[in-house]
Design a protein around this ligand. Structure first.
Ligand code: SF4
Ligand code: SF4
Ligand code: SF4
Length: 322
């Protein structure tokens, strides 16, 4: 049987997604037998010319991790799209922009000013040094998820994708039974659906951060005041964080029927805070509870700021095309 021709690529990425491919334990042996890697910069040393030399659609599938932050990221995404039959947004940076999408709260100039200081120290896309002409990829105005640049066939969410989701992908690849294009290798339901904790939708009178108290291991974390993103987050990881007594931070992105993960979570929270009674005093009490949230964007949009409705509106309002 012909081996599957597979590629793995990283754009604006931390490398964690590449490592996560190895987390499927012994399944990796079946994968290694069934596939031939045509591209994997983390493990080999391919050159651009190697990739350009492939015929169009020569690779069967490419797992693309990392977001689009530079001109090179964008160029590679377009080139890879041409060279593969199927493209997977692998990990939250490719899927929704990821943690690094929070950088979209600042303009490119603000980022350069913070990192390089005076404008004269900012990196140039072209310069001359010792008779050599040096070129750096352009740092784009915004970071975008992969699907903003090219068509994406599948998504494996997570930061990095948890073992359960990677295993779903490999099982489908090895059996040759891939789901319909557009599918996400996770659950359609939200995380609470697979969480073993007892949830009673209790009223929250105080917001707690993980270091402030030891959670009861059996009760829902949100009921106890810990901001667990489970109600707005796609399931499929086996609720690994709540099972480790930590709130879900939302890395799998919005649940199947949720458009904006942060807005959905804020909506859930709004129905849980306070005593449920009405009146001026109650509004003040609810404001006091909400003021205990330390980092609103980083909490509710930690992985999805770049793809969220809020993020897009923010740029439109500031006159920056997305
Ligand atoms: S999704 Fe997470 S692990 Fe993967 S590249 Fe982005 S930050 Fe790293
Ligand atoms: S909110 Fe979190 S802890 Fe509570 S049931 Fe949902 S996933 Fe579990
Ligand atoms: S519990 Fe939440 S943060 Fe943890 S791996 Fe699952 S989706 Fe990601």
């Amino acid at each position: 049987m012909d081996k599957l021709k597979i590629g793995v690529y990283w754009a604006a990425s931390c490398g964690g997604c590449d490592c996560s491919l190895l987390e499927v334990n012994e399944q990796i042996l079946d994968v290694a037998e069934a596939v031939e890697f045509l591209l994997w910069p983390c493990a080999a040393d391919p050159k651009y010319t190697d990739l350009r030399g492939y015929a169009d659609r020569e690779m069967d599938i490419v797992l693309f991790n990392g977001a689009i932050r530079t001109g090179e990221n964008r160029e590679m995404a377009e080139l890879i799209r041409a060279k593969t039959k199927l493209l997977v947004a692998y990990g939250s940076c490719a899927h929704t922009g990821g943690v690094i999408g929070l950088a979209n709260l600042s303009s490119r100039d603000e980022i350069f000013e913070t990192v390089f200081g005076d404008r004269k120290n900012w990196p140039q896309t072209e310069s001359e040094e010792g008779g050599y002409r040096l070129r750096l990829p352009a740092f784009l105005e915004h970071l975008t998820p992969l699907s903003d640049v090219v068509k994406v066939d599948y998504v494996v969410p997570g930061c990095p994708p948890p073992r359960e989701m990677v295993s779903r992908l490999f099982t489908a690849l090895l059996s040759g039974e891939l789901p319909e294009p557009g599918s996400v290798f996770a659950s359609e339901k939200n995380l609470c659906d697979e969480c073993p904790r007892k949830r009673e939708h209790e009223r929250i009178s105080r917001i707690l951060r993980p270091h402030e108290a030891e959670p009861d291991p059996d009760r829902c974390l949100l009921d106890q005041g810990f901001l667990c993103m489970g109600p707005a987050t796609r399931g499929g990881c086996g609720a690994v964080c709540p099972n480790a007594n930590m709130p879900c931070t939302g890395c799998a992105g919005p649940a199947g029927d949720v458009e904006d993960q942060g807005a959905a979570m804020l909506n859930t929270l709004a129905s849980l805070i306070g005593t449920g009674e009405e009146g001026e005093d109650q509004l003040a009490a609810e404001d006091e509870i909400l003021s205990q949230i330390d980092d609103v964007i980083g909490t509710f949009y930690r992985f999805g700021a770049a793809k969220s409705l809020l993020g897009r509106r923010y740029h439109e309002r500031n006159g920056q095309a997305h």
